[in-house]
Design a protein around this ligand. Structure first.
Ligand code: GDP
Ligand code: MG
Length: 652
């Protein structure tokens, strides 16, 4: 069909990941690829899995005797960590793109992730049946995002407004899409002769940039042979220096066989990928776990080296079952070969990202570092009896998915679950419900407000209880005053002549400090100085206890008179957006009481800006939702505590 030469030797198992924006058609393509390879998914599991777009899906099949592991990745940016884990494990990524320029929204972020892994990738322009506008515009838009040159392998043939077939650029042959994934050869439509020639010249030029011999031929105006072009395509695609672009319709089964053939020829061998990462050849198995599910009952791993046998042990963890997924259903296997992705059963205590076996000094199997969380919820078990169970379940959840984090915040007495967005956290809560049978109540996290005072006051406090026998007496004169922001609490003793005997001073100091735990508004009080200036005592009735009580009451009254104010945490926010959205990001931040500090080009991210601002924490709870919705889903941000500031116009 594409007229490629037969592949020299039968390769070992290889793997690809399908990545792309939510709804671009990855799952449909996954099913189409499996079907074309004679391993159609069972209808039932199709329907079930369609709904769950938040989980990786693994499938196995053979195409022309080559064995393949295919990963269908979730599309939402909120599951980017899961997708990046998949990228760490495969030989090549297939970026599934919308067909129309301007709708390729998450492509830039994906290409960035691929660049970071230096992972070879090709682009499948899907939904070609809905192409509006020119395909050249689509290519130009994709090229604008890509660091590497695109090599268009196909051109669409249009009749009336519909795409009815394609031209294979290298062979110059035209095909009309038929039923059942087939395509019949046709004459090249006359109006496409010139575009075809231009496309071929363009392809040859892209390849010549990578190869001197080819370049010389072009300069001497000698046309390279198809065989030369195929060979160079294979070399450049497998090494990731070019990005081949194919097109089709996953839903209609169009363009699937050409994609398979390109994969067959141009996806690097698993051994090449391993060598690239510094994993030497050998017999001793080396496995990388790129995802764990079901509380560690199942771990997805890539076999980087050797043959993995069921029952093998690694540091005490024993492989309890090896599974492949033909037709979407798990099939148990006695062993798995290097280059395969398989699911491993019951690897106790093995977390996402773990390496089983000995990598050796030269190797580096990079695994994504979890992204800083951008969305958080305070969570509680609806049934208090489940509290202990909840903390155990959260621990497992985080070890499965390190992009989640759990923290107990003492100040607000809340358990905070944070992650990459609302959908990500909802998926986690869903798992708590289904896997652990835990019903969870959620709320926006409380803000850790503080208080301070603005005025200096003198406060006299006298405790005198002489009921019956042993009474209580203490008398203190306190000066309570504001200190500079961040200077903290300070106690000073200025008592002279033993007006308050030495032995009671520590009790006064401790009580003063304790009184700062809760101010007039109910929040911790910061940056206040307390001076004990004078006092009196009673030889029999005074005690530590009496001085404590007098001090506590005095400070309570004094703070209320000292113009108490609420302090709110202000965060330093860095929002990263493509620069067409820089103004939008600034507007959003300003709208959230933010003070813009400025913006600058984002280092290493051409076309992106970092916008810096100081923003009250109280305004940031759902910031990521708005930021994404105003930046085509591309914007993200980091935050760190900066300082406390008076919360003007806020009543506690
Ligand atoms: N017209 C058209 N629709 C498609 C094509 N491929 C997928 N779709 C539809 O696009 C929607 C999203 O597809 P899905 O595979 O779930 O996308 P994913 O989120 O990337 O996995 C579904 O309604 C599909 O039927 C295609 O080639 N043409
Ligand atoms: Mg999907």
């Amino acid at each position: 069909m594409t007229g490629s030469p037969a592949k020299a030797a039968v390769a070992g198992p290889r793997s690809v990941a399908l990545i792309g924006a939510y709804g671009s058609g990855k799952s449909t393509l996954f099913e189409a690829l499996m079907a074309a390879a004679g391993a159609p998914l069972k209808r039932q599991s199709d329907i079930r899995k369609r709904v769950v777009t938040t989980e990786l899906r693994l499938g196995h099949c053979s195409f022309l005797a080559d064995r393949w592991s295919i990963l269908d990745c979730p599309g939402s940016v909120e599951f980017a960590y899961e997708m990046e884990g998949a990228l760490a494990a495969v030989d090549l990524a297939i970026v599934v793109s919308e067909p129309t320029a301007g709708r390729a929204s998450s492509v830039p972020l994906l290409l960035k992730a691929l660049e970071e892994y230096r992972l070879p990738h090709l682009i499948f322009v899907n939904k070609i049946d809905t192409l509006a506008g020119s395909f050249d515009d689509t290519l130009a838009a994709l090229q604008a995002y890509s660091k590497y040159p695109l090599a268009a392998r196909q051109l669409p043939i249009r009749e009336a407004d519909a795409v009815t077939g394609y031209i294979d650029v290298v062979s110059g042959r035209a095909y009309r899409y038929g039923a059942n994934q087939g395509a019949e050869p046709i004459e090249i439509p006359a109006q496409l002769r010139d575009p075809e020639k231009q496309a071929l010249d363009g392809l040859a030029e892209v390849l010549a940039d990578q190869d001197d011999a080819l370049l010389e031929k072009l300069i001497e105006e000698v046309a390279p042979t198809s065989a030369e072009l195929y060979q160079q395509l294979r070399k450049d695609q497998a090494s990731g220096t070019i990005v081949e672009v194919l097109l089709g319709s996953a839903a209609r089964g169009q363009g699937i066989l050409p994609l398979w053939k390109t994969m067959r020829h141009d996806v690097p061998d698993a051994a090449e990928t391993a060598a690239h990462r510094g994993v030497g050849a050998g017999e001793v198995p080396l496995v990388q776990i790129f995802k764990t599910v079901q509380a560690g009952k199942l771990s997805y791993g890539r076999i980087w080296r050797g043959v993995l046998r069921d029952g093998a042990t690694f540091d005490g963890a024993r492989v309890g079952g090896i599974h492949r997924y033909a037709g979407g259903e798990p099939v148990r296997a006695p062993e798995a070969d290097a280059g395969e992705l398989v699911a491993l059963g019951r690897l106790d205590g093995v977390a996402t990202g773990a390496i089983l076996g000995i990598l050796g000094a030269a190797g580096s199997l990079p695994f994504p570092a979890p992204l800083p969380p951008v969305f958080a919820l305070a969570i509680t078990a609806k049934d208090r009896k489940d509290d202990v169970k909840l903390s155990g379940a959260l621990h497992k959840l985080v070890s499965e998915d390190p992009a989640l984090s759990v923290e107990h915040v003492a100040e607000t007495a809340e358990t905070i679950l944070s992650g990459q967005g609302e959908i990500h956290l909802n998926a986690a809560l869903e798992r708590l419900a289904t896997t652990y049978n835990l019903q969870i109540a959620t709320a926006a996290p409380k803000i850790a407000f503080k208080e301070t005072i603005k005025r200096r006051v003198q406060q006299h406090s006298r405790l005198k209880r002489q009921t019956g026998g042993h009474g209580q007496f203490a008398d203190v004169k306190l000066e309570i005053e504001p200190r500079g922001r961040g200077e903290g609490f300070l106690f000073t003793d200025k008592v002279v002549g033993g007006a308050v005997p030495r032995q009671y001073i520590p009790a006064v100091r401790e009580a003063a400090e304790e009184a700062m735990q809760k101010g007039p508004f109910g929040y911790p009080v910061v940056d206040v100085g307390v001076t004990l200036v004078d006092g009196t005592f009673h030889a029999v009735d005074s005690s530590d206890m009496a001085f404590r009580t007098a001090t506590r009451l005095g400070i309570g009254e004094g703070l209320a008179k000292a113009e108490p104010v609420l302090l709110e945490p202000i965060e330093h926010v860095t929002a990263s957006v493509p620069n067409i959205f820089t103004a939008a990001a600034q507007r959003l931040l300003t709208g959230r009481r933010g003070q813009i500090l400025g913006y600058a080009e984002r280092p290493g991210w051409p076309g992106w800006d970092d916008v810096e601002a100081l923003v009250p924490a109280a305004e940031l709870h759902d910031f990521i939702i708005e930021l994404r919705s105003d930046t085509m889903g591309l914007g993200h941000y980091r935050r760190r505590f900066d300082h406390l500031a008076e919360a003007r116009g806020m009543t506690p």
